[in-house]
Design a protein around this ligand. Structure first.
Ligand code: PRX
Length: 656
């Protein structure tokens, strides 16, 4: 029998929890924390172990380049491993990892369990290798292009230990995307693998990395982790297998963690924006770790007997914050997996919940919708009653998806929220808080801003909107975890985030605050699209399309998709004399996949002879999107040629 769902819109659900408070109580507590947000965050930060306490909570003398906990010294690797390895948690399992190849019953062929002591040992050995054998030091930067294997967090923690800034590139990105990021970060070293497993196939990471390395000049050394065992090209003098070089590292080495200044960078993570190449968001150390500590407690309520599972990939910010630094800092036992949640069978994800007794589950709306599509039986075949808290992230969650997971896995009683945040914010900003004060849930909402976070919804003039009125999401106070800057482009940092509404951080999302004060993030207000929760810039896709020799111009927009939330479609003008055909279409699709990566697969291409443009020649994607989603096109007085609107409409309707 299928679960029925029909919760009326705006239903308030009171989950089974001893943390429930009413809305007004939460608002009162919240307003106290934002009134003295510096003092509030200082009290949170004091729960961490600092080598040296800070002298100033917030240096706001040069906005928007805020510095948190100035004068303080800290180390992320020390907090994530040493502290636990020295405590009773020494033999507690930190990471339970399962690889993708599975037997005919769906059981993993490889499982690795690393205790906190194992992690400590490995992180120290790798840190020793990087510092003593490769000579890496504070001020250097390194790129990481690895699949979801334990070596990925181990390298991140080892680099953090010696103060080397790293940039992780998602393994679904192409050689070009990897090269751009290596080049912008000026990485001296690349850490990759011979390959990774995904849906029964090997992703040839080393081959892709080799192509990227042809285009950059900064990388002197490459370390290759053996994962699949297949033969790969190794460049003499540059490339070394990790196991070979680790043989030279004595057992039991200890590398003293660097004393990192709070405001010094921990990592750079590239993310898409409206225009131009991806932005290298630089995160600090002390503020970032403070926000992660707070959110692990408030949002996930982690306890020592929890089995925590965040299903994201470490290549995205969710994985950085809520697989690597957050959970390990809090000493939890967590799950890490390689491959896909629904491969080889649709129930891989529920079998993981059952196999390890997952209690705290963090996933995405796209994942939930794809599970729904397979049907309830796959879920019901497994024991999932260990679950006590769930959250989703990455895109708005539709009430149907909320209700489906909440009833089937959450037994219609556990706290289940949709945490809003972004690469730039470092950690969760708007969420339900099952570990602190929990307001009633509503299917589809994000809840309210966290204590210490002053978020709002404003109109075009920066004034707060009325309840239920759509506006832009902004953050009005600095917060720990905020970016230091955009790498090598501070002007762009000011322009993108701090110029639309002076004094406020502009998130780039549309949002509504309802009459209870709940936030509902509706989606991007700019030209970023979220495909299965992955953030892509339409500009990057268009740049890839026009690299095809037959293409003159292109406009990419996101259109709603029942599973992925949004998918990119392209409207393409071909060069004179070229006529559209199926091969050409496939060829363009391949160009985009090659230039950006498999995550950037266009769902369709429409050939047109005109695109809606302003008189100054700027493509009006807003108009394209409105036309194909049957929305009012709005003000088109600046349009150069109105016939283009009809043409887009016709092309879409004919071929959809
Ligand atoms: O549009 C919002 C959406 O994801 C964007 C940030 O993407 P990214 O930097 O890749 O980080 C994703 C994971 C933190 C936001 O601007 N978004 C993220 N979480 C939610 C969301 N939209 C609605 N509800 C959410 N819970």
């Amino acid at each position: 029998m299928s679960v029925s769902w029909a919760l009326p819109f705006n239903t308030k659900i009171v989950p089974k929890s001893n943390k429930v408070v009413d809305i007004n109580t939460y608002k009162e507590i919240h307003s106290m924390t934002v009134r003295d947000y510096k003092g509030f965050w200082a009290s949170v930060a004091s729960e961490l172990e600092w080598f040296k306490p800070w002298e100033k909570v917030l240096d706001d003398s040069n906005p928007p380049f805020y510095k948190w906990f100035v004068g303080g010294e800290i180390n992320a690797s020390y907090l994530a491993v040493d502290r636990h390895a020295k405590s009773w948690r020494k033999n507690k399992v930190a990471i339970i990892w399962e690889g993708e190849p599975v037997d005919e019953n769906g059981n993993p062929k490889e499982v690795r369990k690393l205790t906190y002591y194992d992690l400590y040992t490995e992180v120290n050995r790798v840190a020793y290798l990087l510092r003593n054998k490769y000579g890496l030091k504070k001020g250097d930067s390194v790129a990481i292009y690895l699949p979801m294997i334990p070596e990925l967090p181990i390298f991140m923690l080892a680099l953090a230990r010696i103060g080397v800034v790293f940039t992780v590139v998602f393994s679904g990105f192409s050689a070009d995307a990897l090269a751009t990021r290596i080049d912008d970060a000026q990485a001296k070293m690349l850490i990759t693998a011979d390959g990774g497993w995904r849906r029964g196939k090997i992703v040839p990471l080393k081959d892709i990395a080799d192509k990227a390395l042809e285009k950059v000049s900064t990388v002197k050394d490459v370390i290759v982790v053996r994962r699949t065992g297949q033969k790969v090209n190794m460049v003499e003098g540059r490339d070394k297998y990790l196991d070979d070089v680790l043989k030279e590292v004595p057992q039991g080495v200890y590398v003293e963690p660097e004393r990192i200044k709070s405001e010094e960078p921990l990592y750079i993570l590239y993310t898409s924006g409206t225009t131009g190449k991806p932005k290298g968001i630089v995160h600090d150390t002390g503020g970032y770790l403070t926000l992660l500590h707070a959110t692990m407690r408030w949002v996930f309520d982690v306890k020592d007997d929890d089995i925590y599972w965040c299903t994201a990939d470490i290549g995205w910010v969710t994985g950085h914050s809520y697989i690597v630094f957050g959970p390990l800092m809090e000493g939890v036992t967590e799950i890490m997996y390689e491959g896909a949640l629904d491969y080889p069978k649709p129930d891989r994800w529920v079998s993981i919940i059952e196999r390890y007794g997952v209690s705290v589950f963090y996933t995405s709306p796209t994942a939930i919708r794809s599970f729904m599509k397979y049907g309830d039986e796959w879920v019901k075949a497994h024991k999932t009653d260990t679950i006590r808290i769930m959250h989703s992230v990455g895109e708005p969650i539709n009430p149907e998806a909320f209700e489906w997971l909440w009833k089937l896995i959450g037994r219609g009683e556990v706290p289940f929220g949709s945490t809003w945040w972004m690469t730039e914010t470092g950690g969760i900003m708007i969420s339900h808080l099952p570990g602190l004060y929990l307001i009633p849930l509503k299917p589809g909402t994000n809840g309210m801003p966290l204590p210490g976070i002053e978020a709002d919804v404003v109109d075009d003039n920066g004034n707060p909107t009325k309840p239920e009125e759509r506006g832009y999401l902004v953050i009005k106070n600095p917060w720990p975890g905020m970016p230091l800057t955009i790498h090598r482009d501070p002007e762009r940092y000011i322009k993108v985030y701090w110029s639309k509404f002076p004094g406020m951080f502009y998130a780039g999302d549309y949002a509504v605050k309802d009459s209870d004060g709940y936030f509902w993030i509706l989606g991007r207000a700019d030209e970023v699209i979220k495909v299965a929760g992955h953030r892509l810039g339409t500009y990057e896709l268009e740049s890839a399309i026009i690299e095809h020799p037959a293409v003159a111009e292109a406009a990419v927009v996101g259109v709603p998709d029942p599973v992925k939330g949004e998918v990119p479609v392209a409207f393409v003008i071909l060069k004179q004399g070229v006529s559209p055909n199926k091969t050409l279409m496939e060829d363009i699709l391949k160009t985009v996949r090659d230039k950006v990566g498999p995550i950037a697969t266009l769902s369709s291409i429409y050939f047109v002879s005109k695109l809606p443009k302003t008189r100054s020649g700027k493509i009006m994607r807003r108009v394209v999107k409105a036309v194909i989603t049957n929305q009012p096109v709005g003000d088109i007085t600046t349009l150069e040629d109105e016939a283009s609107v009809e043409e887009v409409k016709k092309a879409y309707e004919e071929f959809k």
